[in-house]
Structures are given as C-alpha cells and as structure tokens.
Design a protein around this ligand. Structure first.
Ligand code: B12
Ligand code: SF4
Length: 444
C-alpha cells in the first residue's frame, strides 16, 4: 500500500478477498494499520482482517481493543497465514490455528494454540512476482531499485534498545543454501540482505558463500548488517564473500564511540573491536557504513567525542538515531513511566520522548550538526555534483528529491517543530529495573 496508487477500496472491489493480512513491521505503522483495517471493514465487514509483523507481535497492546481486527498473529507468519486461510475456508475453529490473539467477546483477547519455530530450511523462497510491480519504488539512496533478501533470522545478543532478539527469543536460524541461491538469482542487481546479524554462523555462512559463488550470478551492490566484534573476527568469511558483488557495504551497529557508551547499551563489545572491524573491512575492499545512537542524556562533551571518533576513522556514511525504548522491549517496560510521548508516529528514532540533559534546542542543534558531518550534506562533505555520477541520468530527479528530504535531518527547527515533550515539566524517575536474565530460558 505504500506504493499502490489505487485506493484500498478499489483493490478490494476488484479482488473481492475473504481474508486480508496486514503487515505491521514498525510501531510507526500502527496508526496506518488501524486506519487500513477500518477502511476494509467499512467496505465489507465480512472480510476477515488479520494483522501480523514484528511490531504487532512485539507489542500487540498497541492494536488490541480494535473492533476492525479479527486476529493479531504473533511471530512468524508462513504457517500461520496458511492455517488461518484454511480454517476460515473450512469454517474450522480458529483456536486450533497457532499463534493468534483473538477477541474474547469481553473486550479482551484470548490466545490460540502455541506456535513452534519454523524449520527455516523447509521455508520456500519468496514469490517475488507478487510484488514485482512495486519493485522500482524500493531504493537505498543512489542504489535503485533495491531487492531485499533474507538468509537467516534472529540474533543471540541482547542490546538494550533492540527488539529483534526479543522477537526471536535469542534464536538464530539459517535458510537452506540452495533456497537462498535460488532467491539470490531471482533478485536484481542491488541487494539489501535484511538479516540482523550477518556472518553469525560461520559454518553455514561458508556453505552459503560456496553455493552462491558456484552460481554465475554477481551483483552490482550488496549491503549486509553486522556487529563490529563479529566482523573483526571473521576475516576468512569476509574474503570469501567479497567477490559476490562489485560494491559490498557493511552496515555496522556501531552505537557508541566509547566503551562506557557500549556498556550502557548492553552491547557486550569494546571499542578496539569497532576499530579493528573498520580497518579489516576497508582492507578487504568493503564499504563501511553504520549507525550511532544518540542518548538524550548526551552532554556537549559526548557530542564532541562522537565527532572526534567520526573524523579519526573517516566515518561519513553513517546515521544517527535517538535512543528510543521500542514498545515490546524490556527497555520500554523499564522506562515507560518516564516517557512523555506515546504517539507512535514519534517512534521513528528521530524524536525526543523525554526531556534531554541539554536544553531541547541545544540538543537538536548538536544533533543536526552531527548529521551535517555526513555525506548527506550536499553543501559539505560530498557536494551535490559528486552524487550525480553515482546514478544513471534517468534516476537523477529521484536522487535529488531524496537528498532534498534529508535536509530536514540537518535542520534543528524541523525537529523542534515536531517535539512534543514540554521542557521544564517535572521529570518522573525511570525505574532502571535489571534486564531479566533470559539467557537460560531463551536459548531453549
Ligand atoms: C528491512 C527493514 C527495514 C526496511 C523496510 C523495508 C520494507 N518496508 O520492507 C527499511 C530499511 C526501510 C527500514 C526502516 C526502518 N526501520 Co526497519 N527493519 C528492517 C528489518 C532489518 C527486517 C524486516 C524484514 O523484512 N524481515 C524479514 C521478514 C520475513 O520478517 P517479518 O517482517 O518479521 O515478517 C514475518 C513475521 O513478522 C510475520 N508477518 C509479517 N507480517 C505479517 C502479516 C500477517 C497477517 C501475518 C499472519 C504474519 C506476518 O510473517 C513474516 C514471515 O515469518 C527489521 C529487523 C527484523 N528482523 O525484523 C528492522 C526493524 C523492523 N526496523 C526497525 C526500525 C526502528 C526502523 C526505522 C525506524 C529506523 C530508522 N530510524 O530509520 C525505520 C522506519 C521506516 C519507516 N518510516 O517506516 C526496528 C523496529 C522496531 C519497532 N518495534 O518498531 C527493527 C525491528 C530493527 C531493530 N533492530 O530493532 N527497516
Ligand atoms: S547485535 Fe544487532 S540485532 Fe542483535 S541485539 Fe544487538 S542490535 Fe539487535
């Protein structure tokens, strides 16, 4: 629906579905999800509306009590959606469909039977033809269009701000190499591998690289996401994977330029690993990109330390997100009393949800100046005319539009205009309860 020009009612009228599934990936998507569900019910209340996806699963509370929803699906959807359609078609009880939250008739929800983790090697590659008509809209700055591809699911770490490990309960599973190869060949020239922790299973990653190298398919650009400590210890895998694309970028979860910053985010790594990973990746011909987290508790000195680190390691293709307790995480539960904003539109990691240590205006001045140090500043590090040679002439208008939009990230007044916290209001104390030790139970 992000790219569809037709209204949802036109699609429903043409297709006449009995069931509609909505993917609610980000908590940001909640308002649009609910609006869409209501439009579907208004069109025909007999249509069964099911919502699933990462955010819906992590925090179903954001969706419950909504009469337009017939079911919320928790976790992986491949088997759930199939069983749900089957049950609806055969008029079977929905309580036998795994992993659903169903209205209990008393304004609450009841859970259906439990779901097992999927055996990923049994999961077939996605049918890309169903979304091919929207493909041209997907892009990642100068790479357009972009195809997403999955080789593994989950992460065994437990960074404080992240909802991935909680969703997958710290499991890590890989797809069958033959299936990934088939999907890799079906994807286009620019591939964003959406795995959260690439190269985590050394043996399976080696097998997969060999399977892909045996294919004649090579890409113009591949982007993978990983942790600095893992990359710093995976030189052999990096070398093996490098020939698969002309340009190969690694998106690192850098998070902080200091050891104390990494500790406060429960990153369980150290700065020497970050520096080692940057050096290794560059030595082996990978592009280095990634993200740092800006804590609302940052002082002027914290911003200065970050800028120094960026300059020292020439990190200009990076992003900066404001520390955000994502609903469904332990961190959210620990900080909810302190949160001054529960409007999900503000949970895009670019808004303040509680009063920062610095005055709000100063915080956003420094945050904007941090963004100005990146290649997105067409008046700074990478002049606009240097961007031109990165895209085909037919894509120039689109790139210009994207770069224009990023200007807002470098303008303090754009942030201030959207800030909902009120400076000076009494600050409820956060209850920094310990993160439960879920190691033993979640590894099961
Ligand atoms: C790809 C991705 C993106 C892409 C999205 C492209 C797209 N629209 O397809 C891009 C790069 C644009 C993106 C942007 C952002 N992202 Co993002 N993204 C991801 C990532 C890495 C993978 C998602 C994915 O495709 N997974 C693979 C599919 C197969 O899994 P899935 O989506 O979970 O779907 C399965 C089930 O959930 C279920 N299911 C899904 N839908 C439905 C529907 C029904 C009916 C049923 C039955 C089942 C079902 O079945 C599927 C198969 O098992 C996730 C991390 C993650 N592991 O989820 C982060 C993640 C979702 N993103 C996150 C964030 C924070 C963001 C940004 C805010 C970051 C930022 N500041 O820029 C932006 C927000 C963008 C926006 N404005 O909407 C957070 C979300 C946290 C939250 N709870 O809100 C995540 C979890 C990362 C993290 N480390 O915490 N993201
Ligand atoms: S390593 Fe990455 S995916 Fe894993 S918990 Fe940390 S931020 Fe999330």
């Amino acid at each position: 629906m992000r790219f569809e020009r037709r209204r949802v009612t036109a699609i429903l009228g043409a297709f006449r579905p009995e069931v509609v599934g909505i993917a609610c990936l980000h908590i940001l998507d909640v308002p649009a999800t609910l609006e869409l569900a209501q439009q579907i019910k208004a069109f025909d209340k007999a249509i069964f509306v099911a919502v699933g996806g990462h955010a819906a699963s992590a925090y179903p509370t954001a969706l419950d009590h909504n009469v337009a929803l017939d079911a919320i699906c928790i976790g992986e959807g491949e088997n759930v959606m199939a069983s749900l359609c089957d049950a609806i078609e055969k008029r079977k009880p929905l309580d036998d469909v795994p992993s659903l939250l169903l209205p209990d008739g008393n304004d609450g929800l009841r859970a259906s039977s439990a779901n097992e983790w999927l055996n990923l090697p049994d999961v077939k590659p996605p049918d890309r033809s169903t979304v091919a008509r929207y493909q041209k809209h997907y892009c990642c700055l100068n790479y357009m269009p972009v195809w997403t591809l999955e080789t593994a699911r989950g992460c065994p770490h437990r960074c404080k701000f992240c909802s991935v490990w909680q969703f997958y309960r710290r499991t890590y599973r890989c797809h069958a190499a033959a299936n990934v190869r088939q999907d890799f060949e079906a994807a286009g020239q620019h591939v964003f591998v959406i795995d959260d922790l690439f190269w985590a299973d050394k043996e399976q990653s080696r097998d997969l690289a060999h399977a892909l190298l045996a294919s004649p398919e090579r890409k113009r650009w591949i982007l993978v996401q990983s942790r600095p400590d893992l990359v710093s210890e995976s030189a052999d895998l990096l070398e093996l994977w490098r020939p698969l694309a002309k340009n190969f970028d690694i998106f690192f979860g850098f998070e902080s330029p200091t050891g104390s910053g990494l500790n406060s985010l429960h990153k369980e790594s150290d700065i020497s690993k970050t520096v080692g990973a940057i050096k290794l990746a560059r030595k082996l011909g990978f592009g280095v990109t990634g993200n740092f987290i800006i804590d609302p508790d940052f002082s002027e000195d914290d911003f200065a330390a970050l800028w120094q680190f960026l300059d020292e390691h020439q990190l200009y293709r990076v992003g900066f997100t404001i520390l955000t307790p994502l609903p469904g995480t332990y961190y959210f539960e620990q900080t909810v009393a302190r949160l001054k904003v529960l409007d999900w539109n503000q949970y895009d990691l670019h808004h303040l949800l509680w009063t920062p240590r610095l005055p709000v205006q100063r915080f956003f001045e420094l945050y904007s100046q941090t963004w100005q140090r990146t290649v997105l500043n067409t008046a700074g590090r990478k002049k606009w005319w240097r961007w031109l040679k990165d895209v085909e002439p037919r894509h120039l208008p689109r790139l210009a539009r994207i770069l224009m939009r990023t200007k807002r990230m470098m303008d303090p007044s754009a942030y201030l205009a959207e800030t909902r916290i009120c400076d000076g209001a009494p600050e409820p104390q956060a209850t920094e309860a310990a993160q439960p030790d879920v190691v033993a139970q979640d590894r099961k």
